[in-house]
Design a binder for this molecule. Structure first.
Ligand code: ADP
Ligand code: MG
Length: 586
């Protein structure tokens, strides 16, 4: 086991020393690897981590290369101005495509990026000022004061400095507030919404970052080769970038460099080898790549990085008790109205899942919502948290009509929830899952996080998460993976995440399901204590002993309608409730 920092240091030293050791053609090859690494890095963030597939990255590289190519040759501008315009144009096109397609989800992004990639390629090939298929010649080298990046070695250093900085930026980002949002994209929209994260905004920003990395690659490429033509910006090449990402390990930042190295080297080797075997080497190369893609998909889904990660020891990230506290919300006065549900209805086609239900919840109470399966309890919770819209009626939370609010707004007003079907990132640690809950109480953005200027706030957020884990009794397992917990404990972990929002109202959907007796007692004790601290709780739970001993008031739902409301003792004795629900249980 080698510590990660030492390995990184050795690799950087090797990169520094390389031009002195290897022949010039290999330095050029390494430059190509560095450029590909930048593009693939964008795909790691976008596809591997964010779960969005793009076949348009080569087109972004092309936009940047042609922008700087044309400005520096036709207009004679400096490559630095070329850089500014190249990045501006790639960013603008990424934003435009993203704004149109990222809300749609599903296959819209891959399909539209294919269309985009094809059209950009034909555009380059048919525009007279861009030299059509023969491209642009005599692109000037980059110069920085007295330093010229004319030589291949100088370009090599420039390219790898940019690639390593981009990797550092990405690693920092992933270990931050917005990086968590990015990593939660695959956990589903409801999870993100429940902690106040902006799904569309997160998608758009990562698409933009991937575009900008590709733009940087295009600028470097144009001034390295000093000649551009449409071919390197084809959709086919975009697929090669995806192949690189998958070879390296699509969700690993360092995998971008690994995958780019492997594929560029194999490609180079094939280009030497195939002409000896066939007189149609270009097509055979395609076949070889297609075969590799299939083999990777079949046998090594997570790429090569996991093999390397086994050799590396990464130091854990302990919480520091002296980090300080996140800002806390002022809770409403005991008895003040927190939630007002007024003749709320929700229909699913012909089914009325919630039928004209009204009830209130006041500050400092625990209210139980009970009823047989299918009564509409979870739907009620989804209406309150704006995961679903009401068909008619109103829900007011903290005095505000929620009909115009989003899930995020509700979370920002202080409503935190858990889910009947647990929504956690199983592959993330307990503490990482819980820190996600602090999203709205922190504000480091992409730049601050990428530059690692967010540490003080991040330490506070982690300490807060640790405290919430302590509160629910899971702090001893803070650094285990969420997926290693039994399902019942995963529900408790969701409570810790909800508490990290510093909520006014905590909404729990069957929190005790799957817990053992002792764990249930501990949960009841925790909820009691939270009520004592002024928190308001609305809970759905089937375990009647648990509910009856805990709540101040019960609302009973049956077939979408409210059957009764009252204190637990009265409800327990009510014949209608006994018949409809408690039946054999009471
Ligand atoms: P409970 O949580 O009380 O068991 P639910 O609120 O989950 O009940 O479901 C109430 C009714 O609404 C059920 O008949 C269920 O099938 C239906 N339902 C819930 N969500 C949807 C949905 N998204 N689309 C269609 N029907 C739904
Ligand atoms: Mg339910």
């Amino acid at each position: 086991m080698i510590p990660a920092r030492i390995l990184a240091f050795i690799l950087v030293l090797a990169l520094l020393a390389l031009p002195a050791i290897v022949p010039p053609f290999f330095v050029t090859l390494m430059s190509h690897i560095g450029i590909s690494t930048l593009v693939v890095l964008g795909l790691v963030l976008l596809t591997g981590i964010g779960g969005m597939m793009s076949f348009g990255q080569a087109a972004f590289v092309g936009i940047a290369a042609y922008t700087t190519g044309w400005l520096t040759t036709a207009l004679g501008w400096s490559p630095w101005l070329g850089l500014v315009f190249a990045l501006a144009l790639t960013a603008a096109s990424a934003l435009a495509i993203g704004a149109i397609t990222l809300r749609l989800g599903g296959h819209f992004l891959p399909l539209s990026t294919i269309a985009w990639g094809l059209s950009i390629y034909y555009l380059f090939g048919n525009l007279e000022p861009l030299g059509r298929h023969s491209g642009l010649l005599n692109i000037p080298p980059i110069a920085l004061g007295p330093i010229s990046f004319m030589s291949q070695t100088a370009m090599y250093y420039l390219i790898w400095v940019v690639a390593l900085l981009a990797m550092a930026f990405s690693l920092n980002l992933l270990d931050s507030r917005e990086g968590r949002a990015l990593r939660l994209l695959r956990g589903g929209t409801h999870l993100m919404g429940s902690v106040g994260m902006d799904i569309f905004g997160t998608r758009l920003r990562v698409f933009l970052i991937a575009g900008i990395f590709a733009g940087l690659a295009g600028w470097l490429y144009a001034h390295m080769t000093r000649f551009i033509s449409p071919a390197p910006f084809e959709v086919k090449v975009s697929i090669e970038y995806l192949l690189m990402a998958m070879t390296g390990g699509a969700s690993q930042v360092v995998g971008a460099a690994l995958g780019a190295s492997v594929i560029v080297l194999i490609k180079n080797w094939l280009q030497d080898l195939l002409p000896h075997l066939t007189n149609n080497p270009a097509q055979l190369e395609q076949v070889a790549f297609a075969l590799m893609l299939i083999l990777i998909l079949r046998f090594a889904r997570s790429g090569l990085m996991p093999l390397i990660l086994k050799l590396v020891r990464r130091s854990p990230h302990p919480v520091r008790p002296e980090a300080g506290e996140l800002p806390k919300r002022q809770l409403p006065m005991h008895g003040a109205p927190v939630l007002e549900v007024d003749t709320v209805e929700r229909r699913f086609g012909g089914l009325t899942a919630v039928n004209k239900v009204s009830f209130d919840v006041r500050a400092g109470e625990i209210v139980g919502l009970i009823g047989p399966n299918g009564a509409g309890k979870s739907t009620m919770f989804n209406l309150i948290t704006r995961t679903l819209s009401v068909s008619s009626g109103t829900v007011r939370f903290m005095g505000q009509d929620t009909s115009r609010l989003s899930q995020r707004d509700i979370a920002a007003l202080g409503c935190a929830r858990t889910f009947q079907h647990v929504k956690l990132r199983q592959g993330m640690t307990l503490i990482d899952n819980v820190v996600a809950g602090t999203y709205l109480r922190t504000d480091a953005g992409y730049i601050r996080s990428g530059l690692r200027l967010d540490r003080a706030e991040e330490e506070r957020a982690r300490l807060e998460a640790y405290r919430r884990l302590e509160q629910v009794g899971l702090s001893e397992r803070a650094y285990d993976l969420a997926g290693d917990l039994p399902l019942g404990q995963q529900r408790v972990l969701e409570i810790a995440r909800a508490l990290a929002l510093d909520p006014v109202l905590l909404i729990l959907d069957e929190p005790a399901a799957g817990l053992r007796k002792k764990e249930k007692d501990a949960l009841a004790e925790l909820l009691n204590k939270l009520r004592g601290e002024g928190l308001t709780i609305l809970i759905v739970e089937h375990d009647m002993d648990f509910v009856m001993n805990l709540v101040d008031r019960l609302v009973v739902m049956v077939f979408g309608q409210k059957l009764r409301e009252g204190d637990p003792a009265t409800i327990r004795r009510d014949p209608a409730v006994q018949e409809a629900y408690l039946g054999g249980l009471a």
